[in-house]
Design a protein around this ligand. Structure first.
Ligand SMILES: NC(=O)c1ccc[n+]([C@@H]2O[C@H](COP(=O)([O-])OP(=O)(O)OC[C@H]3O[C@@H](n4cnc5c(N)ncnc54)[C@H](O)[C@@H]3O)[C@@H](O)[C@H]2O)c1
Length: 258
């Protein structure tokens, strides 16, 4: 009985998912979790070698690689076209791909600003738009946007990251309103400090490592695996009455306050 309830709430069996930025880090962990829960997962990334290694490592027949740069709209159309041709539907989209280019605000380059916006915000919107057209036909779907504490708090030396993640957070709220009538849920999953390639420089810098650590109630940096349960929750029927929300997976950073 208990396992039947668990299955009905959290199983992703028969679901079709797209996870962007899935070759490594947070996206890889989320894609692995989804595939273990029964979903067929299309892992999208620009890093061909990492992606192919990840598919081998996941070692699960549910994982499919798609090598693509998501800042190109033609690529986004091709990804969605490929999944629809092969699977006939898309149930779950995780807009996880992201970049962070750290430069002081005083001299932040236009190039860094544009690149950050293209990946972190514009691609997430365009892909959500393309995918939701198919979710609308099925009258069902879950979109999860991976935001950041930078969407809540201004971080130093990275205005484009904070602004793009703040935009993504609000995009979620807007899409939740527009898509609720089709039973499509749109939520934010907001990681705290997670040890990945994106944060490895501050992880390896003793001063920055300690500064971050002191803000975390659990007194440890996060691991990509910490995001798996919350992502499954937001993708599954367990959260079928939840939309337009932020789920913080930050070891208590935000709640700790000053
Ligand atoms: N690590 C953290 O502490 C942390 C905290 C908050 C939010 N996040 C967010 O989590 C997400 C994943 O980051 P991560 O920490 O795993 O970093 P990561 O750099 O390891 O992963 C990002 C992935 O996105 C891919 N990507 C980047 N540009 C792309 C493009 N144009 N087309 C296709 N793929 C592209 C990269 O190749 C990479 O595999 C990002 O959105 C990041 O902003 C991370």
């Amino acid at each position: 009985m208990q396992s039947e309830l668990l299955e009905s709430l959290f199983s992703l069996k028969g679901k079709i998912a797209i996870v962007t930025g899935a070759a490594r880090g947070n996206g890889k962990a989320i894609a692995f979790g989804f595939s273990e829960c029964g979903a067929i997962v299309y892992l999208v990334d620009i890093l061909q070698d990492n992606l192919l290694d990840t598919i081998k490592e996941i070692n699960n027949e549910n994982a499919r690689p798609v090598i693509a740069d998501i800042t190109n709209i033609a690529n986004l159309r091709a990804i969605v076209g490929q999944v629809i041709t092969q699977e006939k539907k898309i149930d779950i989209l995780v807009n996880n791909a992201g970049i962070s280019i750290s430069e002081p605000s005083e001299s932040y380059s236009e190039d860094a600003w544009d690149k950050t916006y293209e990946v972190n915000l514009k691609a997430a919107f365009r892909l959500s738009q393309l995918v939701s057209q198919h979710m609308i036909e099925c009258r069902e779907g879950a979109i999860i946007n991976i935001t950041s504490l930078g969407a809540e708090l201004g971080f130093a030396n990275n205005p484009a990251y904070a602004a793009s993640k703040g935009g993504l957070k609000q995009l979620t709220k807007a899409l939740a309103k527009d898509l609720a009538k089709y039973n499509i849920r749109v939520n934010n999953l907001c990681p705290g400090y997670i040890k990945t390639d994106m944060t490895i420089k501050s992880y390896n810098d003793p001063e920055l490592y300690k500064e971050r650590l002191e803000r975390i109630m659990f007194n440890r940096w996060g691991e990509p695996e910490d995001l798996v349960g919350p992502a499954i929750f937001l993708a599954s029927d367990a959260s079928k009455y939840i939309t337009g929300q932020d789920l913080f997976v930050d070891g208590g950073w935000l709640a700790k306050g000053v």
